[in-house]
Design a protein around this ligand. Sequence first.
Ligand code: NI
Length: 170
Amino acid sequence: MATLPILVAPDPRLKIKAKPVEVVDETVRKLLDDMLETMYAAPGIGLAAPQVGVAQRILVLDLAREGEPRQPMKIVNPEIVWASDEDTEHNEGCLSVPEHYADVVRPAEVKVRYLDENGASREVHASGLLATCIQHEMDHLEGVLFIDHISALRRNMILRKLLKAKRVSA
Ligand code: NI
């Protein structure tokens, strides 16, 4: 396994619509493992393939708390098949938008159908933090960041700060 560089906004590769995976093969399984390692090292609770420069519909999650055993989720080609009418607001962050957080409103519960690392079809009924996190990661597959859900004023302020930080470190 290897850790991969995580893209930081603004970056055109974070705005691409990712393509469905045709076959869940060894290459995809290796990417899933590398993405998990990258996410744990960051550390983060979710990571989507576009964040490591791969425009494919792949994401990983692990919501286990510190000290708990790891609960890695490997998700390929996710689709929301049901969303609750009820919404919830959660303070979100993102490894591609480091050190910035904002409240985002999303459906409180979703049912997501996906392929696991063996290509088998699975379904998860997500609520609470998992529902928020899975929707946040699925947004990445559409080229959408959590800052796209907040006011343009605040988004542009965050992007300007990120750009400035990139120039300083370049
Ligand atoms: Ni993110």
